[in-house]
Design a protein around this ligand. Structure first.
Ligand code: SAM
Length: 279
């Protein structure tokens, strides 16, 4: 790659040829740095590029080579067909979480004025998707992180989703909200603090408080299950995303706290990814 600050004429073709990243990633970073679509890159691949865009691209390539997730470099990630802003203050929404959204949609679809709560909303991906898919639902979302909530609010405004945002620790964030939810969903931090994966791959760059409960991985799930009874209507549902090996433990928690119709659903990889029950 040309050195930063070196006097060379860079083109799409020369930058692509010199870049060691996978071709798709190179193209995505070029598109974003140049603010041009793919068709433009193809049609103008021999044209000298603006120096500022070239330096930005080279900086992103260096950061990507150091392992930084593409979503943080690009500042966005697609979820359920919508593009969400992401920053290092929020978890990068995962395709796994679409299982939770699809299950929630099955429960609230075609029910007018249904009240839904998303606990630990991060980028707002779950709450906003539900608000857009079910416009008759009244959607609330909370997060302990003010910085995450700022990203969620911006996503809500940009995507024109009606969500009521609240900041604070799980249910304590809802001090001024009436109980009586038809559905509570959450993808809480569920990685045990000792899990070596926290020091690997994309997880190294994501907020620690979005990933781990700082304990056994079940602490946040336990707090949410324990508190849900007071916030759900009779017959209301609680559905939680959890780790690949936590379904049995979460079902046991739901049964302990008096939930009925307790069950789990698999993600696209066939792994029990969410568990839920009915108050
Ligand atoms: C795994 S991330 C999920 C983000 C988003 N819902 C998603 O699925 O992409 C967990 C979120 O829970 C939030 N969180 C962690 N501890 C919390 C607490 N005690 N109360 C409320 N939110 C909390 C984190 O800030 C983070 O945004």
């Amino acid at each position: 790659m040309p050195e930063r600050g070196a006097v060379t004429v860079s083109t799409v073709r020369s930058l692509t040829a010199a870049c060691r990243l996978p071709r798709l990633e190179t193209r995505m970073l070029l598109e974003q740095a140049l603010r041009r679509p793919r068709a433009w890159l193809l049609a103008h691949d021999d044209e000298p590029l603006p120096e500022a865009a070239v330096q930005l691209f080279l900086e992103w390539v260096r950061r990507r080579e150091a392992g930084e997730p593409m979503a943080y470099l690009l500042g966005e990630r697609e979820f359920m067909g919508w593009m969400f802003e992401v920053t290092p203050d929020v978890l990068i929404p995962r395709p796994d979480t679409e299982t939770l959204v699809a299950t929630a949609q099955d429960i609230i679809r075609d029910r007018p004025a249904v009240r839904v709560l998303d606990l630990g909303t991060g980028s707002g991906a779950i709450a906003i998707s539900l608000a857009l898919m079910c416009p008759d639902a009244v959607v609330y979302a909370s997060d302990a992180s003010r910085a995450a909530l700022a990203v969620a609010r911006r996503n809500g405004e940009r995507l024109n989703a009606a969500v009521q945002w609240h900041q604070g620790d799980w249910y304590a964030a809802l001090a001024d909200v009436e109980p009586g939810f038809d559905l509570i969903v959450s993808n809480p931090p569920y990685i045990a603090s000792e899990d070596p994966h926290l020091a690997q791959g994309d997880l190294r760059f994501e907020p620690t408080t979005a990933l781990t409960d700082g304990a056994d991985g079940l602490q946040a799930l336990r707090a949410i299950v324990q508190g849900a009874g007071a916030w759900l209507k009779p017959g209301g549902w609680l559905w939680l995303e959890h780790g690949w090996d936590q379904a049995q433990a979460v079902r046991a928690l739901l049964l302990t706290y008096g939930f009925a119709e307790v069950g789990s659903r698999c993600d696209l990889a066939g792994i029990e990814r969410i568990s839920g029950g009915r108050r």
